[in-house]
Design a protein around this ligand. Structure first.
Ligand SMILES: *Cc1c(COP(=O)(O)O)cnc(C)c1O
Length: 403
């Protein structure tokens, strides 16, 4: 059996469709965000336009010194799983910080946001007898995989469609546990869920709510706790999930909720227990980042300004981008090959790095470049980006939005 031939055949199919993934090999330059050295093909120095380190917190002096100090104090790794010698006081302090952030009784750390969704939905769906999980059609892969793994009955409701959700909730017997799983900010379209309406329908049918705020924590709400905080709805959400790897600039994931809920996941979740705990220094850095963004609005305001500027400039040129109320600017190319080509030219000729987003991350025919302006992008960065896009729009004969 020629196994490599089996692998290659499938890879070739990906390449034919223009969906083969090529990673940019970067060396981020501390103190110069969003600049990075490029070790792959293209310009040697690039401006990164697609980072999820939305506020540049990964290089914030307070976050870095918290990490340095914790390494000097505790060393590098945690030394074990949470169960066997790996629970550090710095993990517990971070969990207390997260519970306070979301005004919940308890919080639980995971090695990533992906793992937190996979493990929590997996455990809830598997362990609540007769549970039904009602999942928004555009939920993230980590939620989908967790639900699949749980083997619970799953009902998919139309994206952000509360009427469809209600119809589906109404059809489920009242005595079955129900979990409504959704996100606040959807990462590829940048649209925001009608959280209040969803919560009201869930309450009406006695369902618990599971909200992924991964793209919103650090970014929305007076203390950066997310869209549910901004809308004054945190106390009505059963479980809030987030990441420490995007706006907080470090790595790790978490859930927050009532004490029994969090203790339940802690006690029954394989993905929480059977893995080495995060390095204590990571926990210290994440905590410093959360604390800073609880008090400081400067980063959020700076970012909003840049987002508005880039949108206005794209509009002037008639470059089509999805309108949405968030910080994510999807510029629609709607062709996988062109999407990759434009990304390559931006990298090679302009030193601008934006990753093409193709199927299966987004549906076929909706291929896009996803821009995430940060407070550390300058007005000159925006000028350079917009003028490059203007030139490329002419060269590649892409359609412009009708003014
Ligand atoms: C990125 C992402 C995750 C996973 O978070 P990580 O910390 O990167 O593993 C979960 N949910 C959504 C919606 C995401 O975009």
């Amino acid at each position: 059996m020629d196994y490599d031939a089996l692998f290659t055949a499938q890879l070739d199919a990906l390449k034919r469709d223009g969906n083969y993934r090529i990673f940019a090999e970067l060396e981020r330059r501390c103190g110069q965000f969003p600049r990075a050295n490029n070790h792959g093909t293209g310009a040697r120095e690039v401006t990164v336009w697609c980072s999820n380190d939305y506020l540049g917190m990964g290089q914030h002096p307070k976050v870095m010194s918290a990490m340095h100090e914790a390494i000097d104090r505790c060393g590098t790794g945690a030394g074990g799983t949470r169960n066997i010698s790996g629970t550090n006081i710095l993990h517990r302090e971070l969990e207390a910080e997260l519970a306070d952030l979301h005004q919940k009784e308890a919080a639980l750390l995971f090695t990533s946001g992906y793992v937190s969704n996979w493990a929590s939905l997996g455990t809830l769906g598997a362990r609540l007898p007769g549970a039904v999980i009602l999942s928004d059609a555009l939920n993230h892969a980590s939620m989908i995989e967790g639900i699949r793994h749980s083997r619970a009955d799953k009902v998919i409701w139309k994206h952000n469609d509360v009427e469809d959700l209600e119809r589906k909730l109404a059809a489920i017997p009242a005595d079955r546990p129900k979990i409504v799983a959704f996100e606040s900010v959807y990462s590829m379209d940048g649209d925001i869920a009608p959280i209040r309406e969803i919560v009201e329908v869930a309450e009406k049918y006695g369902a618990m709510t599971y909200l992924d705020e991964v793209h919103a924590v650090g970014m929305y709400g007076p203390r950066g706790a997310g869209v549910a905080e901004q809308e004054g709805l945190m106390d009505r959400i059963t479980l809030i999930e987030g990441t420490l790897g995007k706006a907080y600039g470090v790595v790790g994931g978490y859930i927050t909720g009532s004490k029994p809920l969090v203790d339940f996941i802690r006690s029954f979740s394989s993905g929480f227990i059977f893995t080495t705990a995060l390095p204590p220094a990571v926990a210290a850095a994440a905590r410093a980042s959360i604390r800073h963004l609880k008090e400081s609005d400067v980063e959020r305001m700076g970012q909003r300004k840049r987002v508005a500027q880039l949108r206005a400039r794209l509009d002037q040129l008639g470059i089509p981008h999805l309108p949405n109320p968030s910080h994510i600017i999807p510029v629609m190319i709607c062709d996988p090959v062109k999407c990759r080509q434009i990304s390559d030219i931006l990298m090679d000729e302009y030193g601008i790095y934006v990753q093409p987003i193709n199927y299966p991350t987004v549906p076929k025919g909706t291929e896009r470049l996803r821009f995430t302006p940060s407070p550390l992008h300058t007005e000159e960065d925006i000028d350079r980006l917009v003028s490059a896009l203007g030139t490329l729009w002419k060269q590649c004969a892409l359609s412009r939005a009708v003014a």
